[in-house]
Design a protein around this ligand. Structure first.
Ligand code: COA
Length: 169
């Protein structure tokens, strides 16, 4: 399937369960070697419960995009205006393992970049696990560079051990 047959649109309320199911599939396949099973389940429960995402959609201020390929949800992204002035935080960017390397990640990134430009931002910033080599390689290819390290206690005895990467617009 080519990237041309994929489309991205703003996530709707009716698609939240499908997005949570997709996230569960992606996380349980991708993250075991990076953060381990227990942290995966903890973070999924913290971030991908339907009521958590519905609350974000209702509150506004967070863009949620859903990527459809072959009519099925196969990826998603979310982003919001950061704490620092003129900064957009790319909070989530995920493509199903069966669909990677087809340009879908780049398509979703373009939407986040457009929103960032439209909101007068000067850079895009993201956090990526230090051991997530594939994603780091993709981000480098898209012009992001590592700005610093960040270790965040997320409760439950878990930490996020990340690089903060930034890209000027
Ligand atoms: C990172 C991710 C979103 C990229 O999406 P994608 O649809 O595969 O990306 P694209 O097809 O647009 O590829 C973008 C570039 O990154 C490269 N790339 C993508 N995944 C890569 C990997 N695992 N290793 C090395 N390079 C990779 C591609 O080769 C491509 O480079 P090119 O344009 O020079 O050919 C996707 O790989 C993914 O979902 N990974 C698992 C989840 C994850 O870690 N998300 C990020 C959390 S911070």
């Amino acid at each position: 399937m080519s990237a041309e047959r994929a489309s991205i649109r703003a996530l709707t309320d009716a698609e939240v369960e499908a997005l949570c199911a997709l996230a569960g599939e992606i996380w349980r396949e991708h993250y075991p070697a990076i953060i381990g099973q227990a942290q995966i389940e903890y973070m999924l429960a913290q971030r991908y419960r339907p009521e958590v995402i519905r609350a974000e959609l209702a509150r506004g201020g967070v863009w949620w995009d859903l990527l459809l390929a072959g009519g099925e949800p196969r990826g998603y992204a979310s982003y919001f205006l950061g704490e620092a002035i003129q900064e957009m935080k790319l909070d989530k960017l995920y493509v199903h393992g069966e669909c990677r390397g087809r340009g879908y990640g780049a398509m979703m990134l373009q939407r986040a970049l457009s929103a960032a430009r439209a909101n007068g931002c000067e850079r895009l910033v993201l956090a990526v696990n230090k051991h997530n080599a594939g994603a780091i390689a993709a981000y480098r290819g898209w012009g992001f560079a590592i700005a610093r390290s960040s270790v965040t206690d997320i409760g439950g005895g878990f930490v996020m051990d990340d690089y903060i990467m930034t890209r000027a617009l």
